[in-house]
Write a protein of this length. Sequence first.
Length: 298
Amino acid sequence: MAARSWFAVREVAPGVHLISEPVHVNCYLVLGTERAVLIDTGLGIEAIRAVVESMTDLDVMVVNSHYHFDHSGGNKSFDHIAIHRDGAESLAKQVPDIVFEEYAEYAQDMLERFSVYRELDERFFHLLTDETTPRPVPPGVDLRSWRTVPSVATRLLEDGDVIDLGGRSLQVLHTPGHTPDCISLLDEANGLLFGGDTINTGPIYAQFSDSDPLAFAASTRRLANLRDTVRTVFCAHFLRYAADRAFLVEVADGFQTLVDGAVQLHPNVDCVGTPVNEARFARFSIFVADQRAGSAPL
């Protein structure tokens, strides 16, 4: 069997392609008739631009859902980069080495343990598909020396901006909470919502020093109010990369329960082992800071 590429690609809606680094980050290429948008550029472990260029000849603008390195690591390969105004300064800063060291340890640990999960899936569950199967690190890549390069935005986005692709448009929704600059993108004509890190099907991260659960509650309620417009929600993390419209209401209700102090919190750790408190719900959970640990931004 041929070795899998680092990226997994699937058309998930007409003119919309998932470009996933499975388990790590889900990016989305959205095609219009005149131009294309790449929503996030992933970890930067392998060049995402080559994948994009194999799929379209259109001019491509990157739209970062927020400034974190796992969503902007491949920015360096593109000339046109847009981000919400509140994220431009952070996007241009060097990420501390410790962040990459901790994430590399997490990635290696996950790959080493994956064989057990795969054996169980093949025996009992049959859930894994090409775009949900983790890849080994590409040949020649040493995670110990992997770093991303800061990038400079060429367009600053505001809430309500419309990105015209020709025959298709994406509306910018400022949805702070995970970070102050988080956005979601609405393709209203096709009933699609790209939730960035505001909507995810695993733990939703609200534990960083620049996270704001109250803002998160307001943002998720705003998205829940779009439920009659949205058919499918595309998520930036985890293997369940698509969710139904009802999920928006579940997440908003969960955040409201959290900020009301009406949910039990359980000790857990995030992907790099930082202690957090977790509020658990039927189809997702929310991580908030463990005051004993302290949480730095990515």
